[in-house]
Design a binder for this molecule. Sequence first.
Ligand SMILES: [Zn+2]
Length: 299
Amino acid sequence: MFQKIIVVSLFAAVILGGGAALARQSAPAAKLDPQAPEPLSAVKIKGDLYWLKGGIMANSGFYVGDKDVTVIDAKMTPEGAKAMIAMIAQITPKPIGTIILTHSDGDHVNGLTAFPAGLRIISSENTKREMEEAFKDEKMAAYRAYLPTVTFKAGTVFLPEGLPARLANFGPAHTSGDSIVFFPKERAAFVGDLVFLGRDPLVHRQKGGTSFGLVRNLREILMLDADIFISGHNDPETKADILSELKSIQEKQAKVKELLDAGKTLDEIKSALGVQTPANNRWPSLVEVIYLDLKEKRF
Ligand SMILES: [Zn+2]
């Protein structure tokens, strides 16, 4: 096996390339409703790299290699994944050989059982750990045969054998194990749920995510020598889009810190920043995440 692991952190920019100018503007956010998804479509990014837009929940993508196809993220349900597999078959007769998972959330991995068993499945070590935890549930027993078969350590760049892509993990952010999948020749990167446009990003603290880690990850993404960024729930983004997300998080962090330092409670901070929590809110607001990160010193 010739898979290489390169330890990075401060050197990520050197390994992954310098910054790049951008011209594209992103389109509005994709629908998040699994009951009424946008129709699935395959959009060529460049060369042999495709973005799979719409379908059941999170976006995915694929790369047609010399011998086989690599899929990036596996949709939310087996039905969603079957539609994706059928769409790939319309573009190439080559079999799917590898699945890369950007992170462990169900809307990115729960389609796995639609794929043949025995494929190479790649993720960060922490993503595999989160999947093992989720698959302890007896209802998820069928997924235990789809745990990642190749993993790489937190804070490293990984070069998968036979694939002209670089995978990188820059520490906890949206979850504990987010991976960026960078295709240098195509100047494109799949960034999972590290990037959200038109809304506050989600940070899963229960999976070890942190808002400050997300800021670090976004800074690393901005150093990629890429022009197009495919995230889980939006149309492709530019560096300008990502920079605006980064600034918006940092502004919120600064405001929450100022109010916390002034002795305000979480409720007072939320009310000062105009955060409304719906009665059935499943995810805490970014302001709450920042407040807890600061309180628990998760910088
Ligand atoms: Zn996610």
